[in-house]
Design a protein around this ligand. Sequence first.
Ligand SMILES: NC(=O)c1ccc[n+]([C@@H]2O[C@H](COP(=O)([O-])OP(=O)(O)OC[C@H]3O[C@@H](n4cnc5c(N)ncnc54)[C@H](O)[C@@H]3O)[C@@H](O)[C@H]2O)c1
Ligand SMILES: O=C(O)[C@H](O)COP(=O)(O)O
Length: 632
Amino acid sequence: MATSSISSAAKNLINFSTRNVDSQKKSIFSKHLSFSNSSISLQKLSLFKGSHFSRKLQKTPISNVLETVESKSDLLSRTRDPGNLVKTERPTILVSEKLGEAGLDLLRTFGNVECSYNLSPDELCAKISLCDALIVRSGTKVTRQVFEAAKGRLKVVGRAGVGIDNVDLQAATEFGCLVVNAPTANTIAAAEHGIALLASMARNVAQADASMKDGKWQRNKYVGVSLVGKTLAIMGFGKVGSEVARRAKGLGMHVIAHDPYAPADRARAIGVELVSFDQAISTADFISLHMPLTPTTNKVFNDETFSKMKKGVRIINVARGGVIDEDALVRALDNGTVAQAALDVFTEEPPPKDSKLVQHENVTVTPHLGASTKEAQEGVAVEIAEAVVGALRGELSATAVNAPMVPPEVLSELAPYVSLAEKLGRLAIQLVAGGSGIQSVKVVYKSARDPDNLDTRLLRAMITKGIIEPISDSHINLVNADFTAKQKGLRISEERVLVDSSSENPIDSIQVQVSNVESKFASALTENGNISIEGRVKYGIPHLTCVGSFGVDVSLDGNLILCRQVDQPGMIGRVGNILGERNVNVSFMSVGRTAKRTKAIMAIGVDEEPDKDTLKKIGEVPAVEEFVFLEL
Ligand SMILES: NC(=O)c1ccc[n+]([C@@H]2O[C@H](COP(=O)([O-])OP(=O)(O)OC[C@H]3O[C@@H](n4cnc5c(N)ncnc54)[C@H](O)[C@@H]3O)[C@@H](O)[C@H]2O)c1
Ligand SMILES: O=C(O)[C@H](O)COP(=O)(O)O
């Protein structure tokens, strides 16, 4: 297979250590390195089934498989890492931030544990080459320099908590270091802290306390507001958001939530109505933030969105500081749009000492204490200790956040399908209209291969990745895809359809159906109301071949405009001209229709993202009935 046909998505799953691989080979197996001692058996990796390779290697632990793969492959001619833990008696585990005793005890049964808190970046770099594992919370920046300084010995970084924004995941993967986290043990603590901030803000607890300690008795100044009967909008109805909702209902609040991807029935089950972003922020008396920090949510609370809020609204943030434009929040507090804010998280932590936001009299602050209860820290410590010990033993971890190992033979065959799968997932989620909760996805693989010889876990993982990553800060890989989908209430079912084909290709086509949702592009819906898209690999390149009931043929490279129009002459020219006049390069174009001169779909691949005005112009072409721009 040509190097160029291995997409970045596939590269994400090519995860071999390439430290000593020559440069041309590195361009194929670049960037993503492995965790090399996984004990998953080849029985599970039935992608190998039937081959000479598989017969020889069945039931062999992956560590041995990899030895064999490595010895077979001149791509992987590196010598084994002298720090390989299989050969090391007791690994060294550096804990750089306070961790619960139960977790430390567990670690001590397995390795030599060194607790060194408050290390400077230089001190951390100096120590790290002597360590096999590092355990951090949000205060330690695990940068590329740390991985470089580790000189290949560091095997696993454990994040004792949810957010992994302080770990350079790309660098970790490049240096062959597994990153694991503890995503569930601090959920309740974060939710309780959200409620604590809500109540103390409403009753000016922090301000009144400071005033009394200053010798004052200001009963009139600190008259608060009641919670009962007030509307609370939960922004991000995930693990923490839904727990905050439950508790707020107990306080007699009317709770609504905005989360474009949360299942409506989960919300209904606890008496919460899912609403649009604008409806949530314009009707709420209190707004509590629980969405992840992603490119979409970065500074989503800004001058424009504050201006849509009810005057005198109160805001709580225990998610991530970056979802708020902090300067805009200061302005909104100054002009009274926002009456009060209670913040546990900040764009920069710790925030500058002279931060206007922190100093503002209507703001209650805590220094990122959401997860800081004894119980949560014990839970997180045990959760992370188990994950780190498991990783050091070579077991696959359900909370791994960077890529596990995939044998190259499997990858070279599946690489274009892996890329197709991720792109179909990304397209499918972008076709879902905001506000529709997505619950179940069905994937149909058409293949001439015996189902026993086709392991679709990798493809399912990539479809899951395509669906979840644009809407969350979760990092999906082969290990954690099913776990993450389940946690998010997303059911992914698969169907294999055996087709009659003499082709050597493992798969004929992949179809992704999203059930019971509204679509931004009605033509993507089939008669039974599901969004349906289908793709194939042609000449090693993923193609979109069907949208709803319309056949198309467009290579999935760059971005895509889908346009439904009345089927009539001149449409390609008209839309092509609009794009050409604005210097948007068309890479591919295809028209599909159900019958002559009725309706047609035009699928246009574009190299550049058209601006709003260009898209508006396309929408204004009289025969165009609907269109959508999709990023791949
Ligand atoms: N302050 C703390 O100490 C502390 C503790 C735990 C978690 N957190 C943070 O809280 C946040 C939530 O954590 P979680 O464990 O509940 O995560 P989660 O993944 O379970 O929930 C996040 C939810 O946000 C939704 N979402 C994604 N994009 C959205 C958007 N644009 N608008 C609205 N909703 C959107 C997702 O669909 C998901 O349901 C994370 O940022 C996490 O890092 C902070
Ligand atoms: O992401 C998390 O888990 C929370 O923000 C907690 O961070 P901490 O472990 O630094 O308290």
